[in-house]
Design a binder for this molecule. Structure first.
Ligand code: NAD
Length: 462
């Protein structure tokens, strides 16, 4: 039954592999994962040939890191305005898009029009118009777009999909999903460009697109109607004042007020962050360490979403960005039982300047020193529960990052095990999966504005 449902939205993604010349656009934090992978001698089918970014300093830093790792010669760097020229001059076959979310569409469309395959970071984009441009360009060119929903590649998430496809809980009738971002990682979205809804789409787009993609993928279904309630409840100037957390400073660097603020990120404490951001800000004024209790935050930090899927399953989802610890719980209630996944990513969050284990960790990285663990339990009707998984998480989004790279870039021994997936349906997410995940977030954003339930088809079609 579920197996039939899952095949309905099978995604066929052409893997952009086989001795291809790759460029990376957007050389911030996330790009490092791709730069490393594209220069890994264990991946002989791919070659890194160029960088493009609006900030020259950050490209230079990535080139320095590349050389320091013994990853080869520095690659040519191009300013944003010369993206098209770069594709031609460097004979680029495939592009990784790692820029600020609201700019993804520009590079995806230009790359497709130049005949390149595209691997884009999530979210695919931030609004319906931009999404339509991408879908039109893909249709016009027939090109390949892969959205890097790395959470799909986390083995415990793949196990959930496999069990649901095998009918472990019968027909899925409802899903409850709670995701908690802690006051270290969660706060990070409020320090920089993510806090501007125009640039990130808000957390319902920027962050929840991962979670909505997982639900779409797990169920093999699409959302139909969405209702949401939420707001800025913890961060922001008024909340900070109300709860007694606000200190008077604009950004942490150079501020005495920020020195003892547990919510402040001190770029100078980390050689990596200082090189990538502090010493690059003279070019574009990008402050990576803004006060999270500031006036100009336009995104939500606490949202509840209720969605109905086309085959009738109900989703109840809650995202909180100010939790003491990080983790999530998702449960599938079905006609034959319940499948429940609980993931704790840490015991509690430490302030960035605590000298603790999480100092300098990239957002989303797993703190191995803390008590991280995944527990997957299968409850059949009238039977004692069976523990399917009870083990520590892997690094890099539960091990998902490396498996995703193996799938997209090939060349490593583990690639075969992650290839098309145990259920034969594939892990790689295409432009349609990108649109489906975005649609739920956009419909939820619309519902936040109007206070009414929203039909997904009224917001975005694909
Ligand atoms: N899948 C994941 O788990 C995951 C994790 C982190 C980030 N991401 C995604 O990766 C992307 C980058 O995030 P990040 O944390 O590295 O951000 P970042 O701010 O560190 O880097 C963004 C880079 O884009 C550049 N840039 C901004 N506007 C540009 C433009 N118009 N043209 C060219 N370059 C431009 C900036 O100069 C910067 O170097 C985002 O889309 C984010 O959602 C995904």
């Amino acid at each position: 039954m579920q197996g039939e449902q899952l095949t309905r939205v099978t995604e066929v993604v052409e893997r952009p592999t086989a001795t291809r010349r790759w460029a990376v656009v957007g050389l911030g934090s996330r790009a490092e994962l791709y730069v490393e992978a594209l220069t890994d001698p264990a991946r002989p089918d791919v070659e890194l040939v160029a960088f493009c970014d609006s900030n020259q300093t950050r490209m230079d830093v990535h080139n320095q890191w590349l050389a320091a790792r013994g990853g080869g010669q520095p690659v040519p760097t191009y300013p944003a305005a010369e993206f098209g020229a770069m594709l031609r001059r460097e004979r680029v076959d495939a592009v990784v898009v790692c820029t600020v979310d609201s700019t993804h569409d520009e590079y995806i469309v230009a790359a497709l029009d130049a005949g390149c395959a595209v691997v884009t970071e999530k979210p695919m984009t931030v609004d319906a118009q931009r999404c339509q441009r991408i879908l039109d360009a893909q249709r016009r060119t027939g090109g390949s777009v892969t959205v890097t929903f790395n959470y799909r590649y986390n083995p415990v998430h793949a196990k959930v999909r496999e069990l649901l496809a095998d009918g472990a809980v019968g027909t899925v009738l409802s899903v409850t999903f709670e995701w908690l971002l802690d006051v270290q990682h969660g706060a990070d979205y409020f320090r920089r460009w993510h806090r501007d809804k125009q640039r990130s789409g808000g957390l319902l787009v920027h962050k929840s697109s991962h979670h909505f993609d997982l639900v779409n993928w797990w169920l093999g279904d699409e959302p139909e109607t969405v209702y949401a309630d939420g707001g800025l409840s913890f961060y922001g100037a008024a909340n900070g004042t109300r709860h007694g957390y606000r200190r008077e400073y604009a950004r942490a660097a150079g501020s005495a007020e920020a020195a003892a603020d547990p919510f402040a990120l001190h770029l100078a404490d980390s050689p990596r962050l200082a090189a990538l951001y502090l010493r690059a800000e003279h070019e574009d004024g990008y402050h990576r360490d803004s006060n999270v209790f500031a006036e100009d935050i336009t995104i939500e930090d606490d949202v509840a979403v209720v969605a109905r899927y086309t085959r009738g399953a109900r989703l109840s989802y809650h995202l909180v960005a100010y939790s003491p610890f990080e983790g999530y719980r998702v449960a599938f209630n079905g006609s034959a039982g319940r499948l429940e996944l609980t993931v704790r990513e840490n015991e509690f969050a430490l302030p960035p300047r605590s000298g603790g284990a999480r100092v300098g960790l990239a957002p989303g990285a797993v703190d191995r020193a803390s008590n991280n663990r995944a527990l997957l339990t299968h409850h059949r009707l009238w039977q004692p529960p069976a523990v399917i998984v009870d083990e520590p998480l892997g690094d890099g989004h539960g091990g998902g990052d490396q498996r995703m790279l193996d799938d997209l870039l090939g060349g490593r021994a583990t690639a075969a095990s992650t290839g098309p997936g145990a259920d034969g349906l594939g892990f790689a997410a295409d432009h349609l999966a990108g649109a489906r995940a975005l649609a739920l977030g956009l419909a939820a954003n619309t519902s936040l504005r109007t206070g009414a339930p929203v039909r997904v088809a009224d917001v975005l079609t694909w």
